[in-house]
Design a protein around this ligand. Structure first.
Ligand code: ATP
Ligand code: MG
Length: 553
């Protein structure tokens, strides 16, 4: 179908490994820490890990990296599972690093028994100073002199809860002069008397990330452990542990994390936005979270397409959020049901329309042959947008003005004859006549008009709330902008139209909850909707209004 796509660097490695018979099939994992909701950056990692396994006939584990008892929570576990599934992926096994606590402890004990790990009583400050600097080697302290047996007894007592938090750590003996600071006898276990969301109070020692992560990969026989570039310096320790322990030879590969314009993408920052109520929760449609994007109406397929298009790079870059919006528009254009909704109504009376009602029809989606049609009531009183009328219009104004003609979409050509005002001079209604022969689809009027307006029948319209979103931040590169990231929040990122008027077809459920409101953008029904009032989120505008603004300067 499409041209042969070149392989990314990870695919090249995998194909070479398979060709060399290194592995008979591949196993990848997606390893989120359950300390927040997933964001679009995680989506990239998910698409990559699951996508590779699908492509090469392997499998992917969902592993919760839950080795830090303090920040983790089951609410996050559930949301992560929902998000991965919604993105369209199914994991082979659902696993928890905390399930390996016994095995990890035993592996650490093996290092002690081999004389490769020792218990250090120094404070974290002392350990930091003794580590030296990148240009100066570190020094070992007297605790490194402990015998294997002493270390073993102390480590077991640490586990038994005999010592206070921070009073002892387990370190591996590697190289205090290594140019890689992470190899200068790194800590692999610490004491923390804290309740864990899965293991409860069973443990008071917890493994450090590097040790737990690498050994969890080995336990699961992960062939290709893919992570982001900041883990490059951690790779030596990852390999060292595997080599010393003789565990399964998992290999770590690093790619550039996704950064995107006008947004933040760290769980820590997203949590701040939630806690400080700068947004309405993790799934606020302005958030870069997967749940926020889902609520806003982004289709999962559009997110996958976006991840495919940005590819896998080895160098950090900043992706234009416009590309994600482009993928969303492309997808919705093919599937969204076309509907008409008037945001700021102006009443229009069709004085020569004598019938009570006429049922007109219009296609649901001109891009979809099988999309079908919907019925639209047309009556004497209709609403159009206030913006679509001008009493004194400039030249080349093709919308409605006194004496001018326009077409009402999928209905008739009308002409404006009279403007009605109240005592203060405000326009209250506009009187028009319609041309009966001009009905869309069977127009024999011979009249050509330049403007086509959306409209709803006043009596039949349903009221709806419409939420319009703009970028959450005012600056492009939020992470590198001066000052606190919250200083750059766009105060106008949410605009609410409390009473919009929608054509009645919208009251009926759409299977996929994807709509295009003519001339307004793509919309999705929000969960705040009630039986008496629908609430819509604008998913994305029709055209990239933002890019135009940027050009104008
Ligand atoms: P954050 O900084 O947002 O908290 P994290 O890296 O700490 O992210 P984890 O839960 O540890 O979040 O990440 C799970 C996986 O997702 C890791 O493999 C991580 O490398 C990957 N990941 C996280 N953020 C991004 C990103 N922006 N782009 C690509 N992959 C990412
Ligand atoms: Mg993390």
């Amino acid at each position: 179908m499409s041209e042969e796509k070149s392989l990314n660097f990870i695919e090249e490695i995998i194909e070479a490994d398979l060709a060399a018979g290194k592995h008979s099939s591949i196993t990848t994992r997606f390893p989120p820490e359950p300390n927040g909701y997933l964001h679009i950056g995680h989506a990239k990692s998910i698409c990559l890990n699951f996508g590779l396994a699908i492509k090469y006939g392997g499998s992917t584990n969902l592993r919760f990296d839950d080795t830090n008892p303090v920040t983790e929570d089951t609410e996050y576990v559930e949301s992560i599972k929902e998000d991965v599934r919604w993105l369209g992926f199914e994991w082979a096994r659902e696993l928890y690093a905390s399930d390996y606590f016994d095995q990890l402890f035993d592996l650490a004990l093996q290092l002690v028994e081999k004389g490769l790990a020792y218990v250090d009583d120094s404070s974290s400050e002392e350990i930091a100073t003794q580590k030296g600097t990148p240009t100066q080697p570190g020094v070992r302290n007297q605790f490194a002199e402990r015998t294997i047996d002493q270390n073993k007894q102390l480590f077991l007592k640490m586990k038994e809860g005999k010592y206070a938090d921070g009073s002892k750590v387990l370190r591996v003996r590697i190289d205090m002069a290594s140019p890689n600071m992470l190899l200068r006898d790194p800590i692999i276990y610490r004491i923390k008397h804290a309740h864990h969301h899965r293991t409860g109070d069973k443990w008071c020692v917890y493994p450090m990330y590097d040790f737990a992560h690498g050994q969890s990969d080995s336990i699961e026989k992960i062939t290709h452990s893919i992570c982001t570039l900041e883990f490059v310096p951690h790779r030596d320790l990852y390999d060292w542990c595997i080599e010393q322990l003789g565990t399964f030879p998992s290999k770590q590969y690093e790619f550039a994390r996704l950064n995107m314009t006008y947004t933040v993408m760290s769980k820590r920052k997203l949590l701040q936005l939630v806690n400080e109520q700068m947004v309405h929760g993790w799934d606020d449609p302005r958030m870069s979270t997967i749940s926020g994007m889902r609520r806003r109406g982004y289709p999962a397929a559009a997110i996958r397409e976006f991840c495919e298009r940005i590819g896998v790079a080895k160098r950090e870059n900043l992706i234009d959020v416009g590309l994600l919006e482009f993928c969303v528009r492309e997808n919705l254009n093919k599937t969204a049901l076309r509907r008409m909704v008037v945001f700021n109504p102006l009443k229009l009376v069709i004085t020569n329309f004598d019938k009570e009602l006429e049922i007109l029809t219009s296609e649901n989606n001109p891009e979809d042959e099988n999309g079908g049609i919907r019925e639209m009531p047309f009556s004497r009183e209709i609403f159009i947008e206030q913006d679509d009328f001008m009493e004194v219009a400039p030249k080349k104004y093709f919308r409605l003005a006194p004496g001018q003609m326009v077409r009402l979409k999928s209905a008739y050509i009308i002409q404006c004859n009279e403007v009605i005002k109240d005592a203060e001079g405000n326009i209250t209604e506009v009187h028009c006549t319609y041309i009966p022969e001009s009905r869309s689809g069977s127009d024999s009027s011979g009249i050509h008009v330049k403007g086509t307006l959306h409209w709803v029948s006043a009596k039949h319209a349903i009221q709806a709330e419409v939420r319009l979103y703009d970028r959450l931040f005012k600056v492009e590169d939020v992470a590198n902008a001066e000052g606190d990231f919250k200083d750059h929040i766009n105060p106008d990122s949410l605009q609410i139209i409390s009473y919009a008027y929608a054509e009645p077809a919208l009251a009926k459920d759409s299977i996929n909850n994807q709509f295009q409101f003519l001339r307004k953008g793509y919309f999705a029904i929000d969960k705040d909707s009630t039986g008496s009032k629908l609430v819509f989120n604008r998913t994305v505008t029709l055209k990239d209004a933002w890019a135009k603004e940027v050009k104008k300067g």
